[in-house]
Design a protein around this ligand. Structure first.
Ligand code: PLP
Length: 396
């Protein structure tokens, strides 16, 4: 019998992907340069040259069986050791290969972490607005997604509201900083306040409330410090991918880190392995695990995103839009010019502008503009953004 829940998830699809599909069809119809697709977080910055060099070296030097064969379920020991060494250099930690499980991107990392840490019937807190797939992944772990609104002014972590939402069924909280969709970064002191609150809560519990720190945008920051979350709160599992940092979203490679410092870390890591096995996420792509070994410390081209951010922010501000100033990631969270963000996006579509309405992120009235596009796309879209604002009678 067809599984109705899965049918519904597949039939609904994601709003972001629907807009992306529309953009592809529209580009074929009227020309790619006339459509301004701000939907997906698909980096336009090319992968670093070191990625290609690594692939070419592997193709030339690694025998086929090792190159294309199964790796151990948690990944190549050398890849996990390379990631551990890189983290140790950057954050003064002492991780080893055994603290890491290579996965198929951050989607798999978060799914594995959820299945490992959350039992059916428990609750997972997300901070609104949130990456829409969190709800799908949480519900797929038979848990309830509990929404807590971010601070309405700053979009920062709402520590008191999180405290108020915690029940005895709360198993975990997902955070992502730099944040998709707002671009805010959670500073050390806010994370510290969250940690202090959770430590207090944990005193009355058998098992701690876990923090799942989803960090695909860790490297994409415009100067703000991105604290290493396990050093602030010990019960943290980190989920990472190279989709954004190395512009490799199609290659599906990332990892889950379970620090030794967290209680029952051996059991948690075994549960991550079990989740990866149950979900079919074992043996991340072998070729790209080798790329990780070679490119683990490759910097991201943040300047390209900074230029896009500055260009877009300046122009939208001049046109009368209001938005959250992003400190990281590559999304701009902009107030829609009418209450119904869906209707606003429909109107924007008549100018070939394709942002994402905020409703699937858990709030009405905003749009997300993904500015990881080529700078020419932003440049060419500016007259349309201005005309759209004018149509709503917004004064520049
Ligand atoms: N988490 C967040 C916050 C994201 O924005 C994304 C992708 O855009 C993912 C997870 C999934 O990343 P990946 O493509 O590495 O699976």
């Amino acid at each position: 019998m067809i599984n109705e829940t899965m049918y519904e998830r597949g039939a609904e699809s994601s709003v972001i992907r629907e807009i992306f599909s529309y953009a592809c069809a529209r580009k074929a119809e009227i020309g790619a340069d006339k459509v301004f697709d701000f939907s997906l977080g698909n980096p336009s910055v090319p992968a670093p040259a070191a990625v290609r060099e690594s692939i070419e070296r592997s193709l030339a030097e690694v025998p086929s069986m090792a190159l294309h064969g199964y790796t151990p379920a948690p990944g190549l020991p050398e890849a996990r050791a390379a990631v551990a060494a890189s983290l140790n250099r950057r954050f003064g930690t002492s991780y080893e290969a055994g603290n890491l499980f290579m996965t198929v991107g951050a989607a798999a990392s978060v799914s594995c972490a959820l299945h490992a840490l959350v039992s059916p019937g428990e609750e997972v807190i997300v901070i609104v607005p949130y990456f829409p797939e969190y709800r799908v992944w949480i519900e797929n772990a038979d848990a309830a997604c509990v929404e807590v609104a971010a601070d309405p002014e700053t979009f920062q972590l709402p520590v008191d509201a999180i405290r108020a939402a915690i029940t005895e069924r709360t198993a975990a909280i997902i955070i992502d900083s730099p944040n998709n969709p707002t671009g805010v970064v959670y500073p050390r002191e806010t994370l510290g306040a969250l940690a202090a609150m959770l430590e207090e809560v944990n005193r009355g519990r058998q098992e701690p409330v876990y923090l799942i720190s989803d960090e695909p945008y860790r490297e994409i920051t415009y100067g703000a410090e991105i604290p290493w979350v396990p050093s602030v709160y010990e019960h943290t599992v980190v989920c990472y991918s190279y989709s954004k940092s190395l512009s490799l979203p199609g290659e599906r490679v990332g990892w889950v880190l379970v620090p030794d410092t967290m209680g029952s870390s051996d059991r948690v890591m075994a549960a991550v392995a079990g989740a990866a096995r149950a979900l079919g996420f074992v043996c991340a792509p072998a070729l790209f695990q080798r790329v990780v070994i070679d490119c683990v410390d490759e910097p991201s081209d943040v300047e390209a995103y900074r230029r896009n951010r500055d260009l877009l922010c300046r122009a939208l501000s001049e046109a009368g839009y209001t938005y959250v100033e992003p400190d990281g990631a590559f999304y701009l969270w902009v107030r829609a010019l009418e209450e119904d963000a869906g209707a606003f996006c429909e109107r924007a579509r008549t100018y070939e502008l394709l942002p994402v309405p905020s409703d699937s992120f858990g709030v009405p009235g905003w749009i997300r503009i993904g500015y990881c596009v080529a700078p020419e796309v932003i440049e060419a879209s500016l007259p349309a953004w201005r005309a759209l604002a004018k149509e709503y009678g917004v004064r520049a």
